[in-house]
Design a protein. Structure first.
Length: 255
């Protein structure tokens, strides 16, 4: 402490402003770190949860369209209409299987990966059933095709939709949990940053007050001594031990 007190005033000021700069720098770095944590949570939601939800929603809609077109295929149509429905079914199949591959390639928890794998297997089974229905339809046996479509195929479709809904629920819950985690991180970041701002202001205020006292107090003593001399009191002496070895102390000794 005596080392600082005996420094020249310019160096005291330099150290004080350096301390303020360090405090500001620490506050800025801490704020950046907290914002990075919040950004990471947002990135997880945008980069993982939302794409999964979109893929599962696409699978849900496409599976429903596929089933609707299957049912329409059992109606009497011209060869051109049958070809049109077959083409649309193939398009739906391509879209759905593409989304399944996207899901499987995503970063998934073990339980989610198992659910996606189960969905993929259900879709494969459903496709195998569709091939049988398509064969019967091509042979003109609409009654047998309808019986299969409304029987075993219907049960498979319901199992497929149930698995899709399960995935939707899982991903909604995961997204809500991630969002809640992001909100918590944001609230914590706000609390920490405001607390650090308050602490920084307190440190700066204490530093300014202390530095002001280091300069003001010896000057006040010199001023009192100067007033005594001005009043004709030439016998009073300054207590030099109360002055530090800086410019003001040097002036006091010269006085």
């Amino acid at each position: 402490m005596s080392f600082f007190l005996n420094l020249p005033i310019s160096k005291k000021l330099l150290l004080a402003f350096s301390l303020m700069a360090v405090v500001v720098l620490a506050l800025g770095l801490f704020a950046i770190q907290q914002l990075a944590r919040v950004n990471e949570a947002s990135t997880i939601i945008a980069g993982e949860h939302i794409p999964r939800l979109l893929s599962v929603a696409t699978i849900d809609v496409t599976a429903s369209d596929y089933r609707r077109r299957q049912l329409r295929m059992l109606e009497k149509h011209t060869p051109e209409e049958i070809q049109k429905y077959a083409s649309r079914l193939q398009s739906d199949q391509t879209i759905l299987e593409g989304e399944l591959k996207k899901l499987q390639a995503m970063k998934l928890e073990p339980d989610d990966a198992a659910s996606v794998q189960e969905l993929s297997q259900l879709w494969t089974d459903y496709q195998n059933q569709h091939q049988q229905i398509a064969t019967l339809n091509q042979q003109g046996d609409l009654a047998a095709a309808a019986q299969l479509l409304n029987g075993a195929s219907d049960k498979q479709f319901l199992a497929l939709k149930a698995q899709i809904q399960k995935l939707i629920t899982i991903n909604h819950e995961d997204a809500r949990a991630a969002s809640a985690d992001g909100d918590r991180l944001y609230a914590d970041a706000q609390l920490y940053i405001w607390s650090l701002i308050a602490l920084s202001l307190l440190i700066v205020a204490l530093a300014a007050w202390s530095l002001g006292n280091l300069i003001r107090t010896p000057l006040h003593r010199l001023m009192q001594q100067a007033e005594k001399v001005a009043d004709g009191d030439l016998r009073s002496q300054l207590d030099y031990e109360r002055f530090h070895h800086d410019e003001i102390g040097t002036l006091a000794r010269a006085f």
